[in-house]
Each structure stands twice: as C-alpha cells, then as structure tokens.
Design a binder for this molecule. Structure first.
Ligand SMILES: *Cc1c(COP(=O)(O)O)cnc(C)c1O
Length: 349
C-alpha cells in the first residue's frame, strides 16, 4: 500500500488479503458452488471462527447478507409488524429510519450528538427498537449500559443495533440486543460487498411468527438456508473466505479492543496539543473509539498536506463535510501507519 489510508469505510483492508485472495484462487474457492458440501463446510467453519473470536453467544444465529443497508430493509420488512422506533443522532441512523419509513410506520427520535441515548423516550407501541451503536458520520457511540437499560424496559420487544463501524473492533454485549449487523469493509478490514447479521433466539422466533416470505431476502428464507449452512442467493464466497482467514488469525476481540483503545488514547493526547484541531464531539463519554471526527480550520488544505505525506484522511460526512475530517481507528491499520499520522500532526505543532 503506497498510502496510509484512514478513511472510515471502505477502509484499509488487512495486509494479508492479497495472499488470501491468491490462495482462494489457487484452491478454486472463488468458483465453488454455494450448494456444495465444500461451501457448507466453509460457511460452518467461518461462523464458528467469527463467533469464537468476537465472543458471540452460541445461541445467536448468523446470516450473511450483502450489506448493512440490506439489513436495514430486512428488519423493516421481516421483523416489524406495525412500527419501528429509531434513535439516531447522525446520517446513518437517519438513513435507516428513512428506508424503514418506506416499508413501515416509524417513530423517529433524533437526539443531540453530545448527549447520551435518551432511553426514557422509549415508546410502548413500536415492535422493533432501532439503535445505531457507532454513528460513523459524527463519531459517536452508544454506551452498552444504556442498551441494557433499553433492554430492561422494552418488555420483550426486538432491539436491533447497527454496529457496522464497531463490530470486530470493540467488545459488544450481544445479549443486550436481538439483532446486530454490519458490513465487512469497516472494522473487519475486508473488501466491501458483504454484510453479517446476528439474531437472538427471540429475534428468530419473531421472524418465524411474523412469517413474512414475499421477498428474495425475507428473513425466514435467510434463516432456513442458514440452518443448512447455505444462503438464499449466491453469496460473496470470496469475502466469506477472507473473513474466515483473517478472523482465524485474530487474537480475539479483547486483544483487538485493547490495541484500539491504546491508539485512541494516544490520538486524544495528540489532538489536545494540535493547533486549530479539536474533537467535533465535546462530550468525551459519547465519543466513538473506532472513528474520530475532528474539526479543523482549513480542512481542504489539511487533506492536501496529508496527501503529500502519503496519508489519506477521511472526509467529514454530510453536514460536517467541510468543517471536519475523520480518522478510522480500525484493526487492519498498521502501527507504522499510525506513527506516520502522529508524525504528520506533531510536525505541525
Ligand atoms: C457504512 C455504514 C453503513 C452502510 O454500509 P453498507 O455496506 O454501505 O450498506 C450503515 N451503517 C453504518 C453505521 C455505517 O457506518
């Protein structure tokens, strides 16, 4: 890789991806039939490995989708009877609410990015409660304890969590919600083009009770296929293989989180000293550990200067596009690259 890429998705992929792609080609993985025994074995091993490394409860069902965006629709289409409630403070959570709104009734709760998840606004009518764990656009994250509060007050209803830019990077309390999903091009460090979705026994039961089966991606069909270690439509077998190979090598989510936390703390110290740079989110308690959003005086100039040094900074998102830049703190980024970024900002001091 010529450049140190800090874009928060698509983002830097793991350094051994080229080797694994070559291996997949030589072994014919890219061409295996997705109804074959060979594929079913690969899917089984991949799920077993990911569940082990990410400490996902054994009774949670794992399904492959094509993206996080598809998961938004699956939840609205197959898990929502009458209404879903959406808590959001940024662009991704808002988009989820919008897409759900085309398929079902929605109750939108927008909260301030500097504030904690307003659990007291939980409504009693929605059958699904939707939360974005890590809001990639403004670099905020929801405290696991507040998810547990939602869980305790939700009287058995389904809680769905978009963890696209945190799954694989930080420890998640999977038991605090029923549906967790994300795509692979963020913390999982893989080429884009696949999503994963985890369902609690309660979510599986809800899907079966509702029984919605009018779409190619109806949840009951995904679940029926997953039970046989298959998929409804031809999956991204290469990405499944890459997920298997990279996770097999992973030291597990505790070690990964430790590494990212260390890097995060060092970034906080660095940017506390950098002139004209400050965190977009003032409240430290709600800041994401996997994506950083920083305000800067001359963002365009900063991007150009960084580029000259072989560093790609992430653009700000949506309303924050011209006033902020973002930095991915994802596991696939190398320590050498992190050092390079520190050097770049230290030189400006
Ligand atoms: C990137 C992202 C998505 C969209 O992922 P796709 O793979 O493009 O569907 C959804 N939610 C969050 C929080 C994201 O960061």
């Amino acid at each position: 890789m010529k450049e140190a890429n800090f874009y928060p998705g698509p983002s830097r992929v793991f350094a051994n991806i080229p080797e694994y792609i070559y291996e997949a080609y030589m072994e014919g993985i890219m061409s295996i039939n997705h109804r074959s025994a060979e594929f079913m074995h690969l899917m089984e091993e991949t799920i077993r490995t990911v569940k082990d490394r990410l400490q996902i409860p054994a009774d949670y069902t794992f399904v492959f989708t094509s993206s996080a965006t598809e998961c938004w629709e699956i939840i609205a289409q197959s898990l929502t009877r009458t209404q879903s409630q959406h808590f959001f403070n940024g662009a991704f959570g808002q988009k989820w609410a919008e897409y759900a709104g085309y398929l079902t009734k929605v109750n939108q709760i927008r909260f301030d990015p500097n504030e904690e998840l307003p659990t007291h606004l939980l409504d009693a009518k929605s059958d699904v409660i939707c939360v974005t764990h890590n809001e990639t656009s403004n670099a905020t994250a929801v405290d696991m304890n507040l998810l547990r509060v939602l869980r305790a007050n939700s009287s058995g209803r389904v809680i769905a969590v978009d963890a696209t830019s945190s799954i694989g990077g930080v420890e998640l309390d999977y038991r605090a919600a029923d549906v967790w999903f994300g795509s692979v091009q963020k913390c999982l460090g893989l080429p884009a083009g696949m999503g994963i979705m985890l369902l609690s026994p309660r979510a599986v039961k809800a899907a079966e009770t509702i029984g919605e089966n009018k779409h190619y991606n109806s949840l009951v069909k995904l679940l029926e296929n997953a039970a046989r270690n298959q998929t409804s439509y031809t999956p991204n077998v290469l990405d499944i293989y890459l997920l298997y190979r990279t996770q097999r090598l992973s030291k597990g989510i505790v070690a990964t989180q430790e590494k990212l936390t260390e890097r995060y703390v060092a970034y906080e110290q660095l940017f506390a000293k950098a002139p004209g740079v400050s965190f977009l989110i003032e409240n430290k308690a709600v800041r994401s550990k996997t994506v950083l959003a920083l305000k800067a005086d001359h963002v365009l100039k900063l991007h150009a200067e960084a580029k000259d040094r072989g560093i790609v900074l992430g653009n700000g998102y949506g309303a924050w596009k011209s006033s902020t830049f973002r930095i991915a703190n994802f596991p696939a980024i190398k320590s050498k690259e992190v050092e390079k970024l520190h050097e770049f900002f230290t030189r400006k001091l």
